[in-house]
Design a protein around this ligand. Structure first.
Ligand code: SF4
Ligand code: SF4
Length: 287
């Protein structure tokens, strides 16, 4: 089983639309949407049937039993996150700032505090035409995004083994945060969707450092290309310096967002299909 991550240094580079095109092209694939804060891959893939929906629980959080609380206030004093307040009824209560460190559990003289599981998202498992899609939604403002991504990836690997799938394709989050790290670790190849712009160049440098740290080989799809030849030259040099290979180019084309609005991807546009097919072949050869 081989894993490919499609990444980009910045949002809006076209990562998800490229990932969706590649997923549609592969004969059999397990697709993972690891952008758990803005999961858009299902919109483009339009899964045929939802098989499972599971609650995702992150770090446990504290809960106070007001019946046995003696109002000593020690929990509020020790909490470094300002997560314990006093309700209008005068009870000590845990608010949304709780990080689950359990210091209050340890200090409470009347054992009135315990930790409970906290649901912070949902994992989905669906069937697509040529395989399966695993994606997840993290609740707004919730922590544990890295843990949720790790859980979706673990589910995809288990599924690949039981259903005998050879390729897992991960649509990663933009940037270089812990979510990106959680999406990248252990993959066999990264495809970077690089927007031809100065901000694209700056963010690619950061992503290249991350990939270098994990010793991950990468190919590059240069997207929205052809606007400025100076920027293009800078990007080409930078990709070469970072041991990347430009494997495909898609020009800036206002027809592409219109196609996406119709839920079409690059392989549904005859002028780009062969470029994506060639890219897909190169990716498979590198595995
Ligand atoms: S578990 Fe930690 S963060 Fe949460 S309320 Fe207790 S002391 Fe504060
Ligand atoms: S430490 Fe325990 S007893 Fe004291 S206020 Fe907090 S919950 Fe109540």
């Amino acid at each position: 089983m081989k894993q490919i991550a499609v990444m980009s240094g910045k949002g809006g580079a076209g990562k998800t639309s490229v990932a969706a095109a590649l997923i549609k092209l592969l004969p059999a694939v397990i697709a993972v949407d690891a952008d758990v804060n803005a999961s858009n891959l299902p919109i483009l893939l339009q899964p045929e049937e939802r098989i499972e929906e599971d609650a995702f629980f992150g770090t446990d959080i504290a809960q106070i039993r007001s019946e046995s609380c003696s109002h000593c206030g020690q929990c509020q004093k020790i909490c470094a996150f300002d997560a314990i307040s006093i309700s209008s009824q005068g009870n000590y209560v845990v608010n949304n700032n709780c990080e689950g460190c359990a210091a209050c559990v340890w200090i409470c003289p009347s054992q009135s505090i315990h930790t409970v599981p906290y649901r912070c998202g949902t994992q989905y498992f669906s069937r697509i035409e040529n395989g399966y899609l695993i994606h997840a939604d993290l609740n707004p403002g919730a922590d544990n995004s890295g843990k949720l991504i790790a859980a979706t990836r673990a589910q995809s690997m288990e599924l690949a083994q039981t259903k005998n799938f050879g390729i897992i394709l991960i649509d990663g989050p933009p940037g270089t945060s812990c979510q990106a790290i959680s999406s990248l670790t252990g993959v066999d190849l990264v495809l970077v969707v690089l927007e031809e712009s100065l901000s694209g160049l700056s963010d690619y440098r950061r992503l290249a450092k991350l990939m270098d740290h994990f010793r991950l080989p990468h190919l590059v799809l240069l997207n929205k290309a052809g606007i400025d030849s100076n920027v293009s030259t800078k990007l080409e040099r930078c990709v070469a310096d970072c041991d990347g290979t430009i494997a495909a180019r898609i020009p800036f084309d206002p027809d592409i967002p219109q196609a996406l609005a119709r839920l079409e991807t690059l392989i549904d546009m005859p002028r780009y299909r062969s470029e994506i097919e060639k890219l897909c072949e190169q990716m498979l050869q590198r595995l």
